[in-house]
Design a protein around this ligand. Structure first.
Ligand code: HMG
Ligand code: MG
Length: 302
């Protein structure tokens, strides 16, 4: 299959990135990050999480973050909503898209959301109904689609099975997530081809953590399988608190640089994102893990 002419980049650093920081990132910093990302042209930003603050204290200020941001018309602001309580809080905060998140691995489902896969789907049913009734977009995220930190390999049938259930719940988009970044290109191609047998490829996204440095190759493999939505995190920040040792999502700067080289449109200003990556890294006190981001920043400074 040929590569797409354009892709949608979903910037997940305000959620997937900041949820994993040891120190709580102040609400004003989160708002500034989202505002700068909005200005850089992202069509979709994952802005917050309405989960238990006991489980993920870093995301406890979702309502304040949503209230403080300057919305760019046309940008979709998403938030994680694990249950009806989270959904109601997200709705009140004005999110555009609710994200239900399950796993293709039983062990990870228990560790991350404290229930089995089947129980999680039952818990998502009222969330999905409420999202549809409120006219919100609904996205379903499938963790451990390419491997699990507790169970090891994930059978492709488990991923397809969860995708089928999420589709039945009315998800507009379904994320195939490599939570711990272990997948490799041929495997990604296989999983994406299996999922797109039941879900239209225009509604499937790749959410790759870059722990083993495979994400760019995996994105190429996914594009060859017809996928054109990818989740990225500026400066590569992030990870899941329930997937120890896993690093952040593939860095946005690296993906934008690759897309530019391939002549694939993203609608996002790479130059602005390089500055945001350097700024947020300084703000949270780590060096950026984006190779392209650091190289482009060094060239600018020279
Ligand atoms: P639980 O303990 O099974 O459920 O948690 P519960 O209903 O007994 O609630 C426990 C406590 O949380 C109670 O408080 C509730 O009131 C409260 P207490 O009575 O003990 O004082 N609570 C809430 N508070 C605020 N908002 C809510 C909410 N719900 C309950 N919505 C639950 C179940 C799902 C809530 C919990 O397990 C949880 O919050 N987990 C968080 C999981 C999470 O955020 N993980 C990281 C994000 S997922 C991810 O990173 C993967 C992804 O990036 C894709 C990939 O890479 O794989 C998406
Ligand atoms: Mg993730």
């Amino acid at each position: 299959m040929s590569l797409p002419d354009k892709v949608k980049i979903v910037e997940v650093s305000p959620r997937d990135g900041l949820q994993n920081e040891k120190e709580f990132v102040a609400t004003t910093g989160k708002i500034q990050l989202i505002d700068r990302l909005s200005e850089a042209g992202f069509q979709n930003i994952e802005a917050a999480s309405f989960v238990s603050p006991k489980w993920v204290p870093q995301m406890a200020d979702g309502a304040e973050v949503m209230a403080g941001i300057r919305r760019r018309p046309g940008t979709i602001y998403s938030a994680l909503t694990p249950n009806l309580r989270g959904f109601e809080a997200a709705l009140a905060a004005g999110v555009d898209e609710a994200v239900i998140f399950g796993a293709a691995s039983e062990a990870f489902s228990q560790r991350n959301i404290n229930c089995s896969i089947a129980e999680s789907i039952a818990r998502f049913e009222p969330v999905a109904e409420a999202a549809k009734a409120a006219g919100l977009r609904l996205r379903g995220s499938i963790s451990c689609a390419l491997g699990c930190p507790y169970q090891g390999e994930t059978p492709i049938e488990s991923v397809v099975d969860v995708a089928r259930r999420m589709l039945a719940l009315g998800c507009d988009e379904i994320d195939v997530a490599d939570t711990i970044g272990v997948g490799t290109a041929v495997q990604v191609g296989r999983v994406m081809r299996a999922v797109t047998e039941i879900v239209d490829p225009s509604r499937v996204s790749g959410h790759f953590h870059d722990t083993y440095g495979q994400s760019l190759a995996n994105i190429m493999a996914a594009m060859e399988a017809g996928i054109s939505i990818f989740h990225t995190s500026v400066a590569g920040i992030g990870g899941c608190p329930y997937a120890k040792g896993a690093t952040g999502n593939v860095a946005t700067e690296d993906v934008l640089y690759m897309m530019r080289g391939l002549g694939i449109e993203t609608g996002v200003d790479l130059d602005a994102v390089v500055d945001i990556g350097q700024w947020i890294s300084h703000h949270i006190g780590h060096k950026s893990s984006s190779r392209a981001g650091n190289a482009l920043a060094a060239r600018k400074a020279a």
